[in-house]
Design a protein. Structure first.
Length: 374
């Protein structure tokens, strides 16, 4: 039977099918972590999510003989295109059975829509952009349960993208770290010198003043990352939207602010790997998911360093190295035995070298794809 591509639009039933299609694709795969359906539904709500104040998006289902066999989204983010002076549309939320015809039809639907918006390039996969979870396609390393916010996918997606003419635009690394309390002697000596630097303070976030501190982190993020590949500035509204969830997830000792002579110059954000607690829920908190989550949360022994940045004028002073060390020591004290730093741009030599120095293992590689549209 032929494949039909159906736009989801504002149809709630189609959106429900769109959200639940991954259950059929992954089946009983022991590594997949399904998103919490209610939270994802809020994310898709165009009047609720401030992302849609500067972006437009569409989603599609691929249907064959009455059965959903794939899905995809496409979006155009005005903020990204203004910041980078490019005409890019993003594709994402890609899931499909190993069905070449369905894959081609889904990718073509996204490409046609992106082109119709006046864009000349499609980039992805993402959910929706680099400011959101599950950015990139895993193409190498350990294909096991992903850390919170990181993607997991069947290997055959690589062929789907290659057959459509998508090529690699950037590789992203995930580094695996053990949080043992002892470093190689030479590394410890270097860290001690960094932390003894006159005027340098690396402190935890003041949770009693959460909103001002979160606003400070947003400003640092936008300044530190501005020149990075894939960076998209966050507005006040978007950061406030994210911060509501972040407050319940962040441990003050895992959100560090670096100051030089009292001036904020860098930050690092790490969160426990809640995927360990949410995986058994299969996307559903109700009716008994909350209890399972609270019990599972106590057993979390891993964490992910999501963001880190230092203002340009204060780089090459070892401040990022000091924040990694402080994070590792806090994790060790809290019973966290291992963690991940991700994602790191493949061409970010400075950060990759720091992680190598800590004995971390580059254990997963993700790829962002691109295709020029005629």
């Amino acid at each position: 039977m032929a494949v039909n591509i159906i736009p989801v639009g504002d149809d709630r039933k189609l959106l429900d099918r769109f959200q639940k299609l991954p259950y059929a694709v992954y089946g009983d795969d022991p590594h997949v972590v399904f998103p919490l359906l209610d939270e994802q539904k809020k994310f898709f709500n165009r009047s609720h999510n401030p992302f849609f104040s500067h972006a437009v998006a569409e989603m599609w289902l691929a249907v064959r003989d009455g059965r959903d066999v794939g899905r995809i989204s496409a979006c155009v983010d005005r903020t990204n295109n203004e910041h980078h002076k490019e005409q890019v549309g993003f594709y994402g939320f890609y899931e499909s059975f190993d069905d070449a015809e369905a894959a081609a039809a889904l990718l073509q639907a996204a490409a046609d829509w992106i082109r119709a918006q006046g864009m000349d390039t499609m980039r992805g996969p993402g959910c929706f952009t680099s400011n959101h979870d599950w950015y990139g396609l895993q193409v190498g390393g350990r294909f096991d349960r992903p850390m919170i916010g990181m993607p997991y996918n069947p290997r055959y997606y690589e062929k789907h993208f290659a057959d459509f003419g998508l090529t690699g635009a950037q590789d992203l690394y995930a580094w695996w770290m053990e949080t043992g309390g002892k470093l190689p002697e030479k590394m410890q000596e270097l860290i001690d010198r960094v932390l003894a630097r006159p005027g340098l303070t690396i402190r935890p976030m003041d949770m009693k003043n959460f909103l001002p501190e979160a606003s400070l982190v947003r400003e640092l993020y936008n300044q530190c990352w501005s020149a990075n590949w894939g960076f998209i500035p966050l507005s006040d509204a978007e950061f406030a939207y994210m911060a509501k969830d972040m407050k319940s997830m962040v441990d003050a000792d895992f959100l560090l602010i670096a100051e030089m002579d009292g001036k904020p110059v860098g930050f690092a954000l790490t969160i426990p790997d809640f995927n360990q607690a949410t995986q058994p829920l299969k996307g559903r908190l109700l009716p008994f998911g909350w209890l399972k989550f609270l019990l599972g949360k106590r057993k979390i022994r891993s964490a992910r360093c999501i963001l880190m940045g230092v203002l340009p004028d204060y780089r090459k002073m070892g401040i990022d190295m000091g924040m990694v060390y402080k994070t590792m020591m806090a994790a060790f004290d809290k019973g966290i035995t291992h963690g991940e730093c991700s994602w790191i741009l493949a061409d970010n030599r400075a950060m990759n070298r720091i992680l190598e120095g800590y004995g971390a293992d580059c254990y997963k590689t993700y790829r962002v794809y691109e295709k020029k549209l005629a």
